[in-house]
Design a protein around this ligand. Sequence first.
Ligand SMILES: NC(=O)c1ccc[n+]([C@@H]2O[C@H](COP(=O)([O-])OP(=O)(O)OC[C@H]3O[C@@H](n4cnc5c(N)ncnc54)[C@H](OP(=O)(O)O)[C@@H]3O)[C@@H](O)[C@H]2O)c1
Length: 247
Amino acid sequence: MSDAAIDRVWPDPASDLDDAALLKGIAFPAGRTWLRMNFVASLDGAATRAGRSGGLGDAADRRLFDLLRWEADVILLGAGTARIEGYGGMRLSDEAVAWRTDAGLVPQPAFALVSRSLDLDPGAPIFTDAPVRPIVYTVSSAPAHRRAELADVADVVDAGDEDADGMRIRQDLAGRGLYRIHSEGGPHLFGAMLAVGAVDALHLTLAPSLEVGSAGRIARGVEAPVGAKLASVLRAGDELLLHYRLD
Ligand SMILES: NC(=O)c1ccc[n+]([C@@H]2O[C@H](COP(=O)([O-])OP(=O)(O)OC[C@H]3O[C@@H](n4cnc5c(N)ncnc54)[C@H](OP(=O)(O)O)[C@@H]3O)[C@@H](O)[C@H]2O)c1
């Protein structure tokens, strides 16, 4: 068994799932727009270690993180996460591309960012190495000069006045035929999306650590409690990989 071996605890217990079984378990529902989020958190709720999410997850979290991208039409990200986590051009592996092609999908998912300030470098790999022209969702009050610069490398779309509205983002993506929306965060984007009921599901890795300290949680912003129903529980050693549907 590899470090990244993943068992299914519930429903239908099974050991050492292969990629095909994992992909089946995380498939998007057919025939509808669906927006899901993927996060990792420590047992005491920290969303970061030393300022980044990477230190919290292990090989199994990374494996699921990658597989969650495979079926997506679009990967959605808040600008803060893109800046801090140092995202490059969104490009899936050859194996993922082959799987997508077999499944009748376009080779690479689109990449969409959400930013109020448009403080994004048009010369950054996130734009220059992108296999598909990215989309940047912003607000009507965003600086005009930055909007003009980014328009050379991305579709810049208004989704609100002061805050980008998650429902407008969903609708715009669906209007482009991008129904399977997979988001890798971060916390402020998640909070804003939850506040308007724009999120259908959460894939949460519960990392077996107590971080203590003052790291933030996976959802930030205006208080907006949202209930969740357990859809599945995977386990990799001491780590749980949880899937919830949101109310
Ligand atoms: N544990 C995990 O799984 C996980 C996942 C992702 C990120 N993280 C961590 O989270 C931290 C970043 O947190 P964050 O909350 O700043 O990330 P974020 O939500 O990705 O980024 C926040 C930024 O996104 C834009 N944004 C978000 N919602 C918006 C809205 N409704 N309208 C307009 N713009 C919006 C704004 O960009 P502008 O500033 O450009 O205006 C805002 O400052 C990093 O330390 C990262 O490592 C952890």
